[in-house]
Design a protein around this ligand. Sequence first.
Ligand SMILES: *Cc1c(COP(=O)(O)O)cnc(C)c1O
Length: 425
Amino acid sequence: MSGDGAFNGFTGYGKAGRGALRHLEDDSEYRGAPVPFGQKELDELTALDARWAWVEVDQSAIRDNTIAARKAIRPGTRLMAVVKADAYGHGAIACSRTALASGADYLGVATVQEAVELRNAGITAPIALLAEPPASSVPLLLAYRIEPAVYSPEFALAYAETADAHNMKAPYHLAVNTGMNRIGVRAEDVVEFERQVDFHRALVQVGTFTHFATADCPESLDFEIQLHRFNEALSALRSAGIDPGIVHAANSASIFRYPQTHFDMVRLGISLYGFPACKEVRDAAVLRPAMSVYARITAVKNVPVGEGVSYGMNYRSPGSVKICTVPLGYADGLRRGLSGRCSFVLDGQYCPQVGNICMDQCMFEVDMRSRPGVARLDPQVGDKVVIVGRSGDAVVTISEMAHALGTIEHEVAIGFSHRMPRVQV
Ligand SMILES: *Cc1c(COP(=O)(O)O)cnc(C)c1O
């Protein structure tokens, strides 16, 4: 299935050649030598014609992961798909459409621009902005119906006054700081905060939320303290006659680990894209990674024994290997720290990446010795190589890359940059 409605295959990238011709024809160096291709012909070439490295996003995995999260919560609980940072690098528009069509009710973003992009794509679902933006963005919030997090009286009043001046309401989600100390009104101060702003008739508290710092950590004491403070803040609001609206707290880890955090809505981020948030929830649901990264071989050579490969030459050819080059590097998000520490897959076989990963290219090794029971590979320019994903029984995961780098999947997935075309399948 596809989130974008169009295509059987490719979308989500610009055309390769659009707009270049007029400029070249004006350039003195080209005067008298008209470009021998029509603009239409050039426009029909895609980013994949121009580049042999791309990111593929499987929208059926986004759908299945949405359904898996729905199964983990009660039927009446709302599900927010967190699609910030271009859906963790997966393509926010396509993933939002798929998640909404598969049981999500709300979208969550980190910036005003991210929300505007979704609205411009025709998405009408409620969008929560999980941070308080600058007051100068208020016209955008109101025009595009974006529900911001609120935790400062100055912002709340600026928001309310602009809304009121246009006969509009100013819906918001009260952010409660229960211990992470990132954003939010301190839990013990929520009633006082509401008293400061609540008089304003335009403000509408559509939600109240907090965020857990340690839902994915093995020990749970800090988590328990945050949850306790959140419950206290909710009771205090209710005792003061203030309706907290839609109450939400759970991120991916707590969706699958702590059902007592589900309240009225949960916020599904990393697990929407197919990753368990921590080892404690590895068996809680079957999730499917949606992102694959592919490249095609651009060069194949025999490198004599002892010769080096790539910057620094800290890899030396053992002979009886072919060294293949693929056109992606750390500028595309294949982090340099993975140099010599990851493998790619060619024709179902693991091939070690060798030599330092360069900015735009890197190399891998194909063993050319005959080995019993292993088919001998014959790499050719143009062959498709799996950088992340599956080929036959061989699979390379973002999780193992994150582990090798000492980081989390979020950072690795988001890192696969927009210099690579995104293909939604
Ligand atoms: C990013 C974010 C989420 C999603 O977290 P995951 O761990 O990726 O599920 C949820 N809530 C808030 C406030 C966030 O900033």
